[in-house]
Design a protein around this ligand. Structure first.
Ligand code: 5GP
Length: 192
């Protein structure tokens, strides 16, 4: 990353590992000029989720149209059922103002960004202290059927096998420590 560009940071890891929480906490606490991209999904909103804040909740037609129009930086079908993706506008408009952007996306999305922008991003993989811990966290989300939990666990196994392909790995054992470590690797990479 050259310094005439604002940073692009990819934070990935299995669903349920707490990556959104780590990033949200970082953004609350840091003086770095950073923002999380609001990504788009075709899945239903969970109770409490707000359209445009947590995700852009689109139907499949809107999503396919955005892909066809070239408006998505990356997208993937996650857990074999829903579309998830990063609208280009969520990155470009902030980069144009010198604001760094964090993408909290799955491993397929991280691979895509690596192909598109091999030298222009920092990638961080957030991992659980153990697989059992991840399972417990996923099961703690009362709003998911057994079938969906099992699908997420199977995906998580595949994702954990790719952790070494990221620039950094952070174990989310203690939230504050994980936040500190994420801030440290961002500052180290972008000399802030
Ligand atoms: P959830 O349904 O639990 O909110 O998210 C499921 C998974 O989709 C998570 O691993 C999340 O990081 C990932 N995800 C969210 N937004 C995007 C995106 O824009 N692109 C990709 N590739 N994955 C995403």
């Amino acid at each position: 990353m050259t310094h005439d560009h604002a940073p692009l940071i990819v934070v990935s890891g299995p669903a349920g590992v707490g990556k959104t929480t780590v990033v949200t906490r970082l953004l609350e606490a840091t003086d770095l000029s950073l923002r999380r991209a609001v990504t788009a999904t075709t899945r239903d909103a969970r109770p409490g989720e707000v359209d445009g804040t947590d995700y852009h909740f689109w139907d499949e037609g809107e999503f396919r149209k955005a892909i066809d129009d070239g408006r998505m930086l990356e997208w993937a079908v996650v857990f074999g059922r829903d579309f998830y993706g990063t609208p280009r506008a969520e990155v470009d408009e902030f980069h144009a103002r010198g604001v760094g952007v964090i993408l909290v996306i799955d491993v397929q999305g991280a691979v895509r960004i690596r192909e598109l922008l091999p030298n222009d991003h920092l990638s961080v993989f957030i991992e659980p202290p153990s697989f059992d811990e991840l399972e417990a966290r996923l099961r703690g989300r009362q709003d998911m059927s057994e079938e969906r939990v099992l699908r997420r666990l199977a995906t998580a196994r595949d994702e954990l096998a790719q952790a070494d392909t990221f620039h950094h790995r952070i174990v989310n054992h203690d939230l504050s420590e994980a936040v500190r470590e994420l801030e440290r690797v961002i500052r180290e990479r972008f000399n802030n």
